[in-house]
Structure formats: C-alpha cells, structure tokens
Design a protein around this ligand. Structure first.
Ligand SMILES: Cc1ncc(COP(=O)(O)O)c(C=O)c1O
Length: 438
C-alpha cells in the first residue's frame, strides 16, 4: 500500500476538489485492461482512462519507442527547424485519415487542436479572398475542450457561464439531436432527427453564407453523454456546408482511432469533412499530443497563397515534439499490427447486447451505443441532478469498475482490446449497482 501524498497543492481539473480530497480515489499503476489503485485493488478500466487509452495500458511498443527517441533527441525547435520523426509521424497520421485529408498540424491536446482548426478555417477563407467569413457554428451539448475558441463553439452551459463575457463573438449553435421522446433505446444510429441538421439552413439564411467560416461538431458527442447522430444527419450537414462554401470540422478527439471499429468516425459514416481534430487515442494517451488533419486544398490555399515568409502565424513550442512524435508513430503502428480496430468491431455486437440488457433496470431512462461506446441515462433525483450517477460511479469504482459520468448519464468506452468476459463484467457490475442505489 502506498502512502497518500499531501493532496493540498494540486488544483485538480474538472474535479470537485474538496470532495475528492476528503475521499480520494488514487490509481498508481496500469496494465492492459486494469488499473491498480493505491489500496492495491484491480480496477477494470471501463472508460479507457478518459476515452484515450485505446490499445490498453502500458504498451511496451509505445514505451520503448519513446525511451529510444528521448535518449537520441530530447527536443529540437519546431519553428524554422525540423527533426525527422515529426515528419514521419505526420505521414503516419495522414495514412489513417480519409482520402484528401493529408496535412497534419501537431498540437498538445484536444483543446489546442480545436482552437487550431478554428484558426485554420479563418485563415483559409482569408487566403481564399473571403475574409468576411468569420462566423463559427457549434452545437448545443457539444464539447470542444476548454480554450476560448472551444468553449465558445461548445454547448455546455457550466463551461461557458463563468467566462460568458469573454467568449468569441459571432458564434451560433445548432440544436442538439438528443430527444428521448423520439430516440430512446436506439441501437446504433437513431432513425429520428436528420431534419435537425436543416436548422443550419436557417442560421445561414439569418447571417448569410458569406459571413460563415465553419461548422464544428463531434460526430458522436462524447462528453455530454454519448449522443449518437441520427441516420442521415451528418450527411445533411455535409451537403449544406458544401453547398454554401462553409468548412465542416469533425471533432474526432474521442472517435479518432478505432472507437467505432474504423480509424475515424468520418470513415465509419463515409463522410469526409474538411478538417479533423485529433488527440487522446493519437498516442494511446502515453504522452500529451493532438493534431489537426486538414484537406490538402486548405493547406495549399494558405501555404501556396501566401506571398512569402511564415504562412500561418500559429504553433506551439511542442508541436511535433520528438517524444510525442515517437509515441504517435509507435501507437499507429501498434493499432495496425495488433488489429485493435478489428477487435473493437468484433466486440461491438456483444457490447450493444450487454448494454441494452440493462433496459428495465432501476432508474434507467435510455441506453444508446455505437461501436465501443455506450451511454446509460438515469432518471435524476428530484432536486439533485447528477447525484444518482455520481453514486453509481462511486459504487462501481468500489466494486472494481471505472466508468465516467456526466450529469445523470453513465458513459462506457473501454479500451478497444476488451474481450467478451470483461464486457459482461462491466455491465453486470453496473446492473448490480443500479439495483443498490436509490
Ligand atoms: C470532442 C472533444 N474535443 C476536445 C476535447 C479536449 O481535449 P483535451 O482535454 O485534450 O484538451 C475533448 C476532451 O474530452 C473532446 O472529447
């Protein structure tokens, strides 16, 4: 048993600090599908850390590549200088992207990827002779990280409220697609809701297409409780944006790298956006890294359209950092070699069955799923929204399964190496816990 450290100095992100520090949950090690807690319990990882450890924990191939790289070159400047592995990592990422999306801008996180993509969209229109296209359209219940760009296009009230006087101007939001009266208990994509994409036409009519730069959506909204796009919805968004010369950004920070059994959700749905934001599974979370994958034509417009000198005044000290580039390269090789996405696909049928078997359990209002992600929505306690899901989360953790909760929704998104027995275990524990809480 490891001694609990002094908890007072670390200001924890997205955490109720006082509650946590009064009753901490500390993980000290991880391997494969399991964490080890500081009280020496094995905890089955039902949420891939934070939707990011797609190939399971402690993958030697990634660790070794990082060790070798840092021993050879710890850091080299990425502005006006380069180092080979950043280019190799970019090539590897491009190979996983849909056709035509092959220019890779490295960042350090999903939030930075989102802000980078929004800036690229503005720069593109300016380079293209349409500088009036500056409005950005997000969606209610969207999560795009915590940068000022990301919270502005994001649609989560608590993330915006405190900063509401300082959000980006000229942002609108599409309606979300989550309506239990129409799409509760959908297996896979709901049949109802494609028409909600048509609201984009109204927004365009209001502002005029000549003022709109980009629409950004998560193909599956993860953080607000696993909202699966209705059949035909993303297709409609693609059609409308293309018709009006508006860029479409898919935020694939969660869906990127195998969650749906394909490299990207773009590939799964057969819809190619103009920009794709990535992070999380990009390095199997072994090191912080993100990226924006852009259409070649966007890169060409900005880079070839520039008179000379620096074409895009944007970048991070650690864009393409040797350590993260090594992790990206090794991760993507591992995904292929270990057939990780194929396992996600093979497990998704049983995962769907196990999730929907909770229909009729106490408190359950809805169950939804696609690939290896599922959401179980609970009825909130009167006057205490979120309290029931928090208790379910805590009890599952005590019983050896780590899940996520947001509001009163439990999210399940395990590492993609999961097997049938482990899937069964996750939903058994969740089912038992649902019977134990009031
Ligand atoms: C869709 C999406 N975009 C962006 C982010 C932000 O990523 P990060 O926390 O790495 O900044 C997240 C994080 O969960 C996400 O789910």
């Amino acid at each position: 048993m490891r001694q609990t450290p002094d908890l007072s100095h670390f200001w924890m992100p997205f955490t109720a600090n006082k509650n946590f520090k009064a009753a901490p949950r500390l993980l000290k090690a991880a391997k494969g599908m399991y964490y080890t807690s500081t009280d020496d319990r094995q905890i089955l990882d039902g949420c891939a850390g934070l939707w990011c450890v797609n190939a399971g924990h402690g993958r030697e191939e990634i660790t070794q590549a990082m060790i070798e790289q840092i021993n050879m070159l710890d850091y080299a400047p990425g502005f006006q200088m380069g180092h080979p592995i950043a280019f190799e990592a970019a090539q590897a990422v491009a190979e996983f992207m849909p056709d035509g999306i092959n220019k890779i801008f490295f960042t350090n996180s999903g939030s930075e990827s989102v802000d980078t993509a929004l800036k690229i969209a503005l720069a593109y229109h300016r380079a293209n002779g349409e500088p009036t296209r500056s409005r950005l359209i997000g969606r209610e219940r969207g999560y795009h990280g915590v940068g000022f760009g990301g919270i502005s296009v994001g649609g989560i009230s608590p993330n915006r409220k405190t900063f509401s006087n300082s959000l980006l101007p000229q942002v609108d939001h599409l309606p979300h697609t989550h309506h239990l009266e129409h799409n509760a208990y959908s297996k896979g994509q709901p049949a109802w809701g494609a028409h909600l994409a048509d609201e984009l036409e109204n927004i365009i009519a209001l502002h005029d297409a000549s003022t709109i730069a980009a629409v950004i959506v998560e193909p599956i909204a993860g953080s607000t409780g696993v909202l699966i796009p209705p059949k035909g919805y993303l297709e409609r968004l693609r059609e409308i944006t293309r018709k009006h010369g508006i860029l479409l950004i898919f935020d694939e920070v969660i869906t990127g790298f195998g969650r749906l059994g394909t490299a990207t959700a773009s590939e799964y749905f057969g819809i190619t956006p103009d920009l794709i934001t990535l992070a999380k599974g990009l390095s199997n979370a072994a090191v912080p890294v993100g990226a924006v994958a852009a259409r070649e034509s966007i890169y060409n417009a900005i880079v070839n359209g520039s008179a000379g000198g620096i074409e895009l005044f944007h970048g991070y000290t650690y864009s393409g950092h040797p350590l993260s580039a090594a992790a990206v390269k090794a991760t993507l090789e591992l995904y292929k070699k270990a057939r990780i996405f194929e396992n996600a696909k093979a497990m998704s049928g049983m995962f769907e069955q196990a999730a929907h078997a909770l229909k009729g359990f106490p408190h359950v209002l809805d169950i939804r799923n696609l690939g290896l992600v599922a959401g179980v929505e609970l009825k909130p306690r009167t006057g205490a929204p979120g309290a029931r899901a928090a208790e379910v989360f805590q009890k599952c953790y005590e019983q050896g399964v780590l899940l996520r909760y947001t509001g009163d929704i439990i999210a399940i998104s395990p590492p993609l190496i999961i097997n049938e027995e482990q899937i069964g275990h996750i939903f058994n524990v969740l089912g038992n816990v649902l019977k134990q809480v009031d």
